[in-house]
Design a protein around this ligand. Sequence first.
Ligand code: VGL
Ligand code: ZN
Length: 200
Amino acid sequence: MRDATHALVVIDVQNDFCPGGALAVPGGDEIIPGINALMEAFQCIVLTQDWHPAGHSSFASQHKGQDPYSVVEFPYGPQVLWPDHCVQGSSGAAFHPGLTTDPAQIILRKGFRREIDSYSAFFENDHSTPTGLEGALRTRGVTHLTMVGLATDFCVNFSALDAARLGFAVEVDMKLCRAINLDGSLASAIEGMKRADITL
Ligand code: VGL
Ligand code: ZN
């Protein structure tokens, strides 16, 4: 058992990111048994949930003439446009039924502001609007994070980089993550996480 300073952060293990979902990550469901087993070693478990209003600005359907996976300029920088996914209250937004959720102490929803996407569990994509997770962890005395989930190159990557920048010691268990991999995004995520002294 890890001590109380060490939390497990499980990123976006939701139906829409698993095979059959709206933004399916290849092999996304394969990691679930291993994540459930790893939970037994942690006293503090955080689950995150991508949680968009219908018509969210990150959906390609909201941008005339744009296909999913194209990149457009948003006020805060380049933004990938996604298929509609993880709409609040939909079955796609629910946690995968195989994921153990009872031991979670914190369930953090993100991406609920229409105009800003939120890959990271700590800050929205403008890199300045906080989600509140930093305070929740710090006030519990958490200093070390192990991260797993979906997708390696988007929400796991941005969460890990923000956590490291905030001063947490961060480890990403790559066996328990799966990637979308758009245009080399997995390779650049790995490189960026290594540069940030994240243990992979
Ligand atoms: C994610 C794309 C859009 C993720 C969320 O969980 O990695 N990716 N929304
Ligand atoms: Zn999303």
